[in-house]
Design a protein around this ligand. Structure first.
Ligand code: PPE
Length: 302
């Protein structure tokens, strides 16, 4: 993973020179927030998927962590598109980060400057190319999802991701590919970096937005499923509902729509990508490629 330029605080810097001081506040305490965005090569040109929604969430995360972004939403949207353009990227992953820089250490963040960077690079299938067709194995983590009174799950805060890293390490060391975290009440929450869906008797289900990230892919999938006349429900369920589901999948910008083949060694349905998952996945990829007139508004051409 390497591209040419990274946007740092308003200007493009060579990839290898995009550095920060070791006493950067966010490096010590996780006091930053970020976004994960994808651009796709559509029939009409390169486009960023749901750029406006991602920038909106970036500013919501900033508000929650009290980071005063020194750029307007419009400036950030333009900088994201410029980053894709100067790097001559077609399909890519885009990572904007707003973080507390260096002034002094200690938990009070207010004296540290708010800095912004945007990087973009080619990033293929998050959980492997094969995973998109065949599905992956997942494990219920012993680590509980960040509690709603410990941090804000609605904000994509850097520090929140230590919780995900614990769950991911546990899953990998146990021989699984991804983790599923339960919330403090024991209900299914989400993956380490994805929302989760399952299908039971033709109904598409996902947990409510309490202790999970308000995923843009989640929102997209709920909209297109409804448009395809698939019933969608938000439900708190225990892990056994996942074991007994007909289908399950992860949804996120990086993961796109990745089917889940097995959870804790229980085969989900027939242990392969299910028909509802496949139908939604195909629709989603067609939308990314600009092949669905109805959803062209979601594409922002660079
Ligand atoms: N939950 C979590 C915890 C999460 O990190 C993501 C995105 C989602 C749900 C899905 O949200 P959305 O991308 O808006 O549909 N995870 C990002 C970071 C992944 C990473 O490894 O880094 C992403 O997919 O870009």
């Amino acid at each position: 993973m390497k591209a040419e330029k990274i946007w740092m605080d308003g200007q493009f810097i060579d990839w290898d020179d995009a550095k920060v001081h070791v006493l950067t506040h966010a490096l010590h305490y996780g006091s930053g927030i970020f976004e994960g965005i994808r651009a796709y090569q559509a029939e009409q040109g390169t486009s960023v998927f749901r750029l406006k929604d991602h920038v909106e969430r970036l500013f919501n995360s900033s508000k929650i962590l009290k980071l005063d972004v020194p750029f307007s939403k419009e400036e950030i949207r333009q900088a994201i598109k410029d980053t894709v353009k100067v790097n001559h990227l077609n399909g890519c992953y885009i990572r904007p980060l707003v973080y507390r820089g260096f002034n002094q250490l200690g938990l009070n963040p207010f004296t540290c400057p708010v800095q912004v960077m945007i990087a973009a690079w080619e990033w293929g299938a998050y959980l492997g190319e094969e995973a998109l067709a065949k599905g992956i194995s997942a494990k219920i983590a012993s680590w509980v999802r960040n509690n709603i009174n410990s941090t804000s799950p609605k904000a994509k805060i850097c520090g929140n991701y230590v919780n995900s890293i614990f769950a991911k390490m546990e899953a990998i060391e146990a021989g699984a590919e991804e983790a599923i975290l339960l919330d403090s009440n024991g209900y299914v929450a989400e993956g380490s970096g994805e929302n989760i869906f399952w299908v039971k008797d033709g109904i598409l289900c996902t947990p409510p937005l309490t202790s999970v990230l308000e995923g843009i892919t989640r929102k997209t999938i709920m909209t297109i499923a409804k448009d395809m006349n698939i019933e969608v429900r938000e439900e708190f369920v225990a892990r056994d509902s996942l074991y007994l589901a007909d289908e399950a999948f992860f949804a996120g910008t990086a993961a796109e729509l990745t089917p889940i083949r097995e959870i804790d060694h229980y085969l989900i349905g027939s242990g392969e990508r299910g028909p509802v998952s496949k139908k939604i996945q195909e629709k989603l990829f067609n939308i990314f490629q600009g092949k669905e007139q109805q959803y062209l508004d979601w594409l922002d051409f660079v």
